[in-house]
Design a protein around this ligand. Structure first.
Ligand SMILES: Cc1cc2nc3c(=O)[nH]c(=O)nc-3n(C[C@H](O)[C@H](O)[C@H](O)COP(=O)(O)OP(=O)(O)OC[C@H]3O[C@@H](n4cnc5c(N)ncnc54)[C@H](O)[C@@H]3O)c2cc1C
Length: 376
């Protein structure tokens, strides 16, 4: 696919976020959109996601994002002609500290007001959902039966394919290398294969968002942090399906993937890179005691493999969505941390509305880039 020389908008990053934005723009009639992807579509941190989808967020805007995204996942197959592997396995949070329970109770009240189904369970009831759990040190659990999972690759490819069907151009192996500006307004993007002139550039570069922000002279507080996921050999001793189960105190979480168990130590590590993510097998030592503590039977399982990826975190753990302060025509859809996959359908919809209608139909002030630049 050759690179067009002009576009109504150029999106930097062909991950799940960039492809969703391209699809939603094209669906709304903006056909001449270009997505620049330096590697291949979906090969960035999207390929490392665990696929979890939950309504259990702390803020109204994020809960509304989840509810909107869940509606899309539910009808994904019809809209995109791809089975995204969507299953409502639920999310189960395990709580052993009073302060965590109080925080969750506050969120649950908000989640329920907005129509989400979230319930506090006793430890014994949590064990009915996952019999292999150790629960004697828990004070409660929080269960979201609406929550679930889907395949990040399937979803990204669904967005990309439909975006292309509708006229969008998604080019692979092409990196954005500079922004062109005139009088403070974006006028184009320089790439490894020539320039594209455009009045709008969207930064959807995932863990590389800060690097792309620097092309416009911005210091975006998006910090890539490494996280590992390991998987066992087939382990029928924990029969599936099980909810995505998260031990809030230790950070350990797990779910089943076919016959295998996926396990994460919940690690958060700065490795000083926004693209290359080596595995650290030493993390198995961090994982094993957390896993055996919560799931004693897992001692009998063997680790068969694993991977590591970067979660693009912001200082307050919420995404940054909006026009970049001081650079007209530069839009930010970055900093999605550990929830960019599940919020990609809503992100695409509301960003497209913002770019085409002048404002989104949902107030996105909560994600405002200015919150990190305003004086306190
Ligand atoms: C271990 C792990 C587990 C996770 N689990 C979940 C989960 O259960 N649920 C969930 O919702 N999220 C999860 N996430 C988070 C999720 O993966 C991310 O939030 C999401 O994938 C971000 O998507 P993106 O499109 O912004 O980034 P990316 O997928 O990284 O896409 C950005 C793209 O931009 C490209 N790019 C960068 N710079 C340039 C440039 N200069 N020119 C051209 N292209 C460029 C990159 O190659 C990349 O493909 C997890 C993440 C990790 C690491």
């Amino acid at each position: 696919m050759s690179l067009p020389r002009t576009a109504s908008a150029v999106i930097i990053g062909g991950g799940v976020v960039g492809c969703s934005i391209a699809y939603h723009l094209a669906r709304r009639g903006q056909h001449d959109v270009v997505v620049l992807e330096r590697e291949t579509v979906g090969s960035g941190t999207t390929s490392k996601a665990a696929g979890g989808i939950r309504v259990q967020f702390p803020s109204e805007t994020e809960i509304r994002f989840s509810l909107e995204s869940i509606r899309v996942f539910e009808r994904f197959r019809e809209e995109f002609g791809v089975d995204p592997g969507y299953r409502k396995i639920g999310y189960l949070y395990l709580l052993s500290e009073e302060r965590h329970l109080r925080e969750f109770e506050k969120r649950i009240a908000l989640q329920r007001t907005l129509g989400a189904d979230v319930r506090v369970l006793t430890p014994a009831d949590a064990q009915k959902l996952v019999p292999a759990l150790r629960v004697d040190d828990l004070i409660a659990a929080v269960w979201g039966p609406q929550d679930g999972m889907a395949g990040p690759a399937e979803v990204t490819n669904g967005f990309a394919r439909r975006a292309r069907d509708l006229g969008a151009t998604i080019v692979e192996g092409v990196a954005a290398t500079a922004l062109e500006r005139s009088n403070g307004q974006v006028t184009g993007v320089k790439t490894s294969q020539g320039a594209v002139s455009t009045p709008i550039v969207v930064n959807a570069a995932g863990p590389a968002a800060a690097r792309v922000g620097r092309l416009a002279g911005l210091e975006l507080p998006v910090h890539p942090r490494r996280r590992h996921i390991f998987f066992t050999e087939p382990f029928p001793e924990i029969p599936g399906p099980v909810p995505l189960t998260s031990d809030v105190t230790s950070g350990f979480y797990f779910r089943k993937e076919m016959e295998q168990v996926l396990l994460s130590p919940g690690d958060v590590e700065d490795i000083g890179d926004d693209a290359n993510v080596p595995m650290d097998w030493g993390k198995v030592e961090e994982l094993v005691p957390k896993a055996i503590h919560r799931l004693p039977i897992i001692e009998r399982a063997r680790i068969a493999g694993g991977w590591a990826g970067l979660r693009p975190l912001t200082p307050d753990d919420h995404a940054i969505i909006g026009w970049a302060p001081g650079v007209a025509g530069f839009f930010l859809a970055v900093g999605f941390g550990g929830h960019g996959f599940q919020h990609s359908p809503a992100t695409g919809r509301y960003v497209a509305e913002w770019l085409l209608d002048g404002q989104p139909s949902l107030d996105l002030a909560f994600f405002a880039p200015e919150r990190f630049t305003r004086s306190p």
